[in-house]
Structure formats: C-alpha cells, structure tokens
Design a protein around this ligand. Structure first.
Ligand code: MN
Length: 228
C-alpha cells in the first residue's frame, strides 16, 4: 500500500445540538427554484413537474463566522435555505419512506456569484463557478429531527446587518422534502452524510464587505457570518 503524498483537509463535521458527536458532511445537493416567489424575482418559472439540482463540493462548506469576502464577483448574493441532513440513504427511495432517512435539519446560506451565474446562463454554460467555490455553502449546526419537530410552516428568515431581507415559511417549498429525497435517489445513491439545501425564498440580494448575515429557521440553529 503506497502512502499518499500529502494529507487532504478532513471533511467538515457539523456540530449537533445537544449531542457530543458531530455530523460529517458528505455531499451537498442544492435545489434550484423551489419557492415560486424567488423563481419569479429571478424572472424564472417554477417547474412543478420535477426539481433540479446543482452540487457544492463539501470542501467548499464552512460553519460561518468570519469569512473572507468572496473573490471574482461584483454581485455576490445570499440565499437562506433549510438544510436536510441524511442519516442513511439508498436508491429509488419512496417518498413515503423518505423521512426515515433524515437525521436532522439546519439552516444554510447558498452564496451565489450572481453576475457569474447570469453570464453562465446567457452562454448556456454550467453554474459551477457561480455556486461552487470556497465558503459558498455556509452551514449551521444540525438539530435532530425529533428536536426540530415535524416539517410544517416554520418561519425562515435572514437578517443583513440587523435588517430582515428574506422572510418566508417553509411550507411554500414547491417540491417538499420527502419528494426531494425520493427524486434525488433516482439519480444518486443517497447515503449518510449527504446534505440537501432545499432552495431559497424571495428577497435574495447582494452583500458588501463587512456585512453580517444571520439566517434562521424556527426550531433549528442559526447561521451567523460576517464577510471580512
Ligand atoms: Mn440556492
């Protein structure tokens, strides 16, 4: 067995509220256009037939705190989202079985280089450079699903420098969490450690150097980040 030339950074592991163990982040699947009012503000239609996805590399996730201001963009937007952490997975999971695979929930920010995303859309290019870069997924600690309670109409909101900029309820997701798990599992073999970022409600907007964002979902922990 040959030795690796160097060691890679270990995967991010999210604290779990009221538990000693942490939750190692495997893959990060992100849902696009999952709230109608956000799709509308971007000039898009929601596809009610099926969700669509992009991914963020787990090494591009972090817990927030002080984060370097994103490079290579003049228009970096916040998107506050419910995160779903899977304790198990599989292929072709039935929507009726999906909730059994969930470990817990959190709140995350899908930080988007909107100018690069718009250029990619115009040129029919992939979104990776707009969505998947260092610190583009900012993830809160995980609250177990029992502690969180049933998914209902919990409030989801984001403040920028103490002003509310996004404010909605999670029942407005077009494709609900069990449906997302079932649909994703037709294309990926889901597994423990997978995180699903479930899409953002309306009110997305740009950050400036020094801005502080605090994202919250009722019943979950908080994501708190300052761009320095
Ligand atoms: Mn998003």
């Amino acid at each position: 067995m040959t030795k690796p030339l160097f060691d890679l950074a270990p995967p991010l592991s999210l604290p779990i509220i009221n538990h000693d163990a942490s939750f190692p982040v495997g893959r990060i699947f992100c849902v696009g256009r999952n709230y109608a009012a956000h799709a509308a503000e971007m000039g898009n239609e929601v596809d009610r037939q099926a969700p669509f996805y992009f991914t963020i590399s787990p090494s591009h996730a972090s817990l927030g705190g002080n984060i370097p201001f994103p490079r290579g963009t003049d228009d970096c937007h916040f998107e506050v989202e419910v995160t779903v952490a899977l304790a198990s997975g599989g292929k072709d999971i039935a929507a009726t079985d999906a909730m059994g695979h969930i470990y817990g929930y959190g709140v995350g920010l899908d930080m988007t280089r909107r100018d690069l995303q718009a250029a990619a859309k115009d040129k029919r290019r992939p979104w990776c450079i707009a969505k998947d870069y260092e610190n583009s997924a900012l993830l809160s600690p995980i609250t177990t699903k029992d502690a969180f309670g049933a998914l209902a109409a919990q409030r989801i909101w984001l403040t920028k420098n103490d002003e509310i900029v996004q404010d909605s309820t999670i029942d407005l997701m077009v494709h609900k969490v069990p449906e997302l798990i079932a649909h994703l599992s037709r294309f990926y073999e889901l597994r423990a450690g997978d995180i699903i970022m479930t899409g953002t409600p309306e009110g997305v907007g740009p950050i400036a150097r020094g801005d502080r964002l605090i994202g919250q979902v009722t019943g979950a922990d908080t994501i708190d980040v300052t761009f320095i």
